[in-house]
Design a protein around this ligand. Sequence first.
Ligand code: BGC
Length: 361
Amino acid sequence: MRARTTAAAAITTALSLSLSACAATDAGSRGTASIGITMPTKVSPRWIADGENMVDELKGFGYSTTLRYADNDPETQVTQVEAMIADGVDALVIASVDGRAFKDVLSKAKSANIPVISYDRLILGSDAVDYYATFDNVKVGQQQADFLVEQLGLVNGSRKGPFTVEVFAGSADDNNTRFFYEAAMRVLQPYVRNGDLIIRSGEQELEKITTLRWDGVVAEKRMNSLLDSHYTNHNLDAVLSPYDGMSLGIIKALKKHGYGVPGKPLPIVTGQDAEIPSIKSIMDGEQSQTVYKDTRQLALVTSYMVNSVVHGNKPAINDTRTYNNGTKVIPTYLIDPVSVDKGNYKEILLDSGYFKKSDLE
Ligand code: BGC
């Protein structure tokens, strides 16, 4: 699952051209440089792959690594970073649980001249963040909502509304949540305004629809309550879900309410991360879509970034305007996400070597 794809190989070439990739052991007189990595949780398969990929890529450069998982607890993660700073790591790679939790601890990293890279999720409110590596979060939200309106037949006019939809968002403490939500709503809003889409619950402001720590059980509970309150006499046609783990919780609630049988098909349900349980659900005709984010590419880009900053060089970036963390715009490298459904999962996920056929059995 961690072999390099053609796309990743292309990224490698682009990065190597613009960087001087010196060996890590040249970094200083202290021998092998060490990199501290902290990831949010092991609950979701994507972050396990992210952690493993980062360690592998950095090893390839000759670095030693400390990888920690934060059990989705902001305080635990801050303590981990504190310990890494005390251990004298040469750089920090942080995929934050709560993007706002790092202001104090990272001022210590700054005083100690330890470069900081925000991994996938932007750290907010700290001027110690040097670079950000992520996927194009605007495209993620767009791809979810585009899929939804296309499948309903609203785009080519093959079907006329009104259709009912409910909207879910991710964790309020994750900066990506707002990016996914706003990009998706820009696609959905025109249809809501002209009446082709109806949100029967009326719940569409971000504050009303967030899901703490992206928890599938929290999403399942909200879906149950929406169905009980607004859909006893109406059919639900579509659900905008921002993450696979939530999508599966949502589908559970829908099935409990009688969806998923010939007379009452499941609504269109989107997702994100191309996690194996969701790909299996797509193959079974339950979840409709996910957004594939090749974590191998993100690890590759981030490890090149690390290698550059450790040597005092400027890493390759391709965005200098989108991600202001409240102190400054953080120079960013964005990777393209890909929308995946029943029609293309084989080509995108199997042919690329991201998954083996046996992973999906
Ligand atoms: C990531 C998504 C992921 C979500 C839940 C977000 O910050 O960008 O890929 O689905 O967190 O883990």
